[in-house]
Ligand binder design. Structure first.
Ligand code: SF4
Length: 282
């Protein structure tokens, strides 16, 4: 039986990734080679392509060999920016405007006397950057309990989110903190810093998942937003996260008529086309 395949309406690169790639392309044209501090995006195919174009990854500031370095769309802390400048390295800033908004929100909250709570994955570069903008008066977690146990927090709490988190989970987290904090004479300020592209992408992927037998979510295995998308879809249908077409297993499609396709924000159109071509063969 022939599989019917439908793509989610919001698919492929997001605005922030497209913008970062455009800035880098221009920088390579001007400077020849450019290094990015950390991976520009969490997608192996994109990184290989960038390497061919003369854009390499430096794992940390000490690792930068040239005199031009790009900050990824995930952004960095002000301390890292200063460290790069101290080495007289020119900065090409590709920080996504949505991430910048979260950094500025954290900075303003701290200046106004709030202890900042970031709903996010502690090890993610974006979250590390936002923590830096909150000057140490902050905590990143996805667990309400960690907030209750946090040392150094004040009665004034400012809550924001990593841009790529699932909105419903952020809401649940905020409710948990409100329940606890309002028994302690607290003042709470909540800033919704979830990216609008992520909201649309999650909503359209979920709509599609509800109409099909199986969902394929294409993107980097280490991409936070791709994993969140797969997690959402898996709540309503069998869902597989794949990075490349050759990861598809024919056994997944037994008894399946309709397949939905969604992608993370750093998944190139070519990879999506390769998956569609492989599905044709199946
Ligand atoms: S997912 Fe959103 S926040 Fe992240 S780079 Fe794309 S547009 Fe920016």
């Amino acid at each position: 039986m022939r599989l019917c395949v439908e793509r989610a309406r919001e698919i492929g690169f997001c605005f922030g990734v497209k913008r970062a790639l455009d800035i880098l392309e221009k920088a390579v044209g001007e400077h020849g080679k450019v290094e990015t501090l950390g991976a520009l995006v969490h997608n192996e195919q994109v990184l290989k392509k960038l390497q061919k174009a003369g854009i390499n990854v430096a794992l940390n500031v000490a690792d930068i060999k040239g005199n031009v370095a790009a900050i990824s769309s995930h952004g960095v802390s002000p301390e890292i920016e200063d460290e790069i400048r101290r080495r007289n390295i020119e900065i090409i800033d590709t920080t996504c405007p949505c991430v910048r908004r979260a950094q500025i929100a954290a900075q303003r909250l701290v200046k106004a006397g709030f202890f900042v709570i970031i709903f996010g994955d502690t090890g993610h570069p974006e979250v590390k950057g936002i923590l830096g903008w909150a000057k140490g008066k902050s905590l990143a977690t996805r667990e309400v309990e960690s907030v209750l146990e946090a040392k150094g927090s004040s009665r004034r709490l400012g809550i924001l989110s990593q841009t790529t988190q699932i909105p419903e989970q952020f809401t649940g987290f905020v409710k948990g903190i409100i329940d606890f904090a309002l028994t302690k004479d607290a003042e709470i300020r909540i800033i919704d810093t979830i990216c609008p592209d992520i909201r649309r992408r999650q909503r359209t992927a979920l709509d599609l998942a509800n109409k099909v037998d199986l969902m394929l979510v294409i993107g980097g295995h280490n991409s936070a937003n791709t994993r969140h998308l797969a997690e959402l879809c898996a709540a309503v249908r069998p869902a597989y996260l794949i990075e490349k077409a050759d990861e598809l297993e024919p056994s997944w499609f037994h008894g399946c008529q309709k397949v939905g396709i969604a992608s993370g924000t750093s998944t190139p159109e070519e990879t999506i086309e390769e998956v569609l071509a492989r599905l044709e063969e199946l």
